[in-house]
Design a binder for this molecule. Sequence first.
Ligand code: ADP
Ligand code: MG
Length: 314
Amino acid sequence: MQGKTVVIALGGNAILRHRETGTAEEQFANVRRASRRIAEIASDGYAVVITHGNGPQVGDILLKNEIAKETLPPMPLDVCGAESQGMIGYLLQQSMHEALLAAGLDCPVATVLTQTLVDGDDPAFENPEKPIGPIYTAMQTKRLQEEKGWRVVQVPGQGCRRVVPSPRPVAFVEERAILRLFLAGVIVIAAGGGGVPVVAGSEGTLRGVEAVVDKDYTAALLARLVGADDLLILTDVEHVALNYGRPGQQDIHEMTVAEAREHLAAGQFPPGSMGPKVEAAIGFLEAGGGRVTIASLERAADALAGRAGTRICR
Ligand code: ADP
Ligand code: MG
């Protein structure tokens, strides 16, 4: 066990659960629960790198901006994403500090506010399909389309939501900072919410873009960066399943990359939820990664030990 490295990706709903209102207390309680699970894994001898989603949190930030827009200028999506990384980084740093101390581990924890380089020519920019932020009425939608050129999708019976491109991550601007901290024994929290997507211009300039990078793909990129043995993707289901939510649902305990590809092609893993996790798993394993486990937060340590979750191997 000694010397192994794991990248742990926490789903957005590990921090803010469905049907919760999103108070600081609720989010702290959830992050504390997650941190105890992560501290167990560190106690087992793993070097740990953490990343996380930010869907519910950035949604709240966007809604606050919308409500306050007559008084204060709304911030663009890249700035809101950075805000969410800072906020969740704080929750995690404090809770991890406590959980590690309780586990008898005296290990430093730090968040690296991460910019994720994306390709300005990524085909996703032609086809925005990631819904973000609040639901707007037909009238609001018309104004936002005219004033800001936003693309939207219908939410049946409710209104419209903005959609933004979801380009693939290419690299992290802060990759040397992340790597040096990791090699120095720091538990690094990085690329929260997939990182803030930026495009490189001429002469070293960077420009934040109104897009969202899927955290599952950045988790795989992070795992490659630190040479992780394991990628552990924690979400709100115990297993990846076939016929999910339909009659004949069947949990998968283990699958190969070839099997994962087959199920993906057969439409078993939809885009926007399980699809990116399985695709990220395939990418990591094909780049030489050892093992990917998709499991529920509650069973994190068991999953890494092979006693829970879905394991994907080469
Ligand atoms: P996260 O915030 O952890 O990324 P997502 O909602 O993006 O969470 O993805 C997890 C969800 O994927 C589960 O809650 C489940 O509803 C859904 N899902 C879709 N297809 C499957 C499948 N084949 N097996 C298991 N879960 C699936
Ligand atoms: Mg997701």
